[in-house]
Design a protein around this ligand. Structure first.
Ligand code: G3P
Length: 218
C-alpha cells in the first residue's frame, strides 16, 4: 500500500488533481498495488468516486450540522471518501482527539492512518488499533533524504513495536522518500508501505515515478 499525501501543492491544484488520480488508478491496476490518495481538502469531492481509495488529509472531532468549516467524517463517508490521515506532522491534534477520531473512523468502517513522529508515539498509539501507523521524522519531511536511508533503525524499531502489539495495525513510514530504492529499503526494514508527498507530487512525470514506486513494492 502506498498513500500519497498531496498536501496543498500547486502541482495538483484545480483540475490537475483529476489527471493525478487517473494516473494513480492506472498504476494501481497495472501493478496490482493499493494506492490511496489524500487530495487537498477542497478537491476531495472531485475525485472521491475514483476506483482507488481517496482519503482526507485531516478530520475534525466535530458533529454533523452547525459546525462551519470543520471536516466531518460522517459527511466524508457520504461522499465515498474511504478514510483519513490523522495527526499529520503539519496538522497535529491532541491525544484525546486522536482517540476519538480513530474510534469514529472504526464505527464508520473507514480507514485510519495515524501519523506519529517517534517510537514513543508508536508504542502509545498502537494500542488504539488504527488501521495504519505512519512514522515520519519531521526533520526529514520534504527533504529528499529518505527515512529508510537516514534512520533505518527507526523503521525496524517501529515495525517491532507494531508487531508486539499483536493487533491489526500495519506500519507505514514516510519522509523524504523519492525513489524506488528508498521504497524497497523501507519494505525490507519491516514497513508494509509508505506515506509520500513531494517525491511523487512534485515529479515532472507522475506515471514514471508512480511506476518506479509500485515496482519496488511487488
Ligand atoms: O505525508 C507525507 C509527508 O509528510 C512526507 O512528505 O514530501 O517528504 O514525501 P515528503
Amino acid at each position: 500500500m502506498f498513500v500519497i499525501n498531496c498536501k496543498n501543492y500547486e502541482e495538483i491544484s484545480g483540475d490537475k488533481i483529476i489527471k493525478f488520480v487517473k494516473t494513480a488508478e492506472k498504476i494501481s491496476k497495472k501493478y496490482k498495488i493499493k494506492i490511496a490518495i489524500a487530495p487537498p481538502q477542497h478537491l476531495i469531492g472531485l475525485v472521491a468516486k475514483s476506483t482507488i481509495p481517496i482519503f482526507a488529509q485531516h478530520i475534525d472531532d466535530s458533529k454533523i450540522g452547525s459546525t462551519t468549516g470543520f471536516v466531518i467524517p460522517e459527511l466524508l463517508k457520504m461522499s465515498k471518501v474511504k478514510g483519513s490521515l490523522i495527526n499529520h506532522s503539519e496538522h497535529r491534534i491532541s491525544s484525546k482527539e486522536i482517540e476519538k477520531l480513530i474510534s469514529k473512523l472504526k464505527e464508520l468502517k473507514m480507514t485510519s492512518v495515524l501519523c506519529v513522529k517517534d517510537i514513543a508515539e508508536v508504542k502509545k498509539y498502537v494500542k488504539l488499533n488504527p488501521d495504519y501507523i505512519a512514522i515520519e521524522p519531521p526533520e526529514l519531511i520534504g527533504s529528499g533524504k529518505a527515512v529508510s536511508k537516514e534512520k533505518p533503525g527507526l523503521i525496524s524499531k517501529a515495525a517491532e513495536a507494531v508487531k508486539n502489539a499483536k493487533n491489526n495495525t500495519e506500519l507505514l513510514c514516510g519522509a523524504g522518500i523519492v525513489s524506488g530504492e528508498d521504497v524497497s529499503k523501507a519494505i525490507e526494514l519491516g514497513s508494509k508501505g509508505i506515506l509520500v508527498a513531494s517525491g511523487i507530487v512534485k515529479s515532472k512525470n507522475w506515471d514514471s515515478i508512480m511506476s518506479e514506486f509500485a515496482k519496488s513494492m511487488v
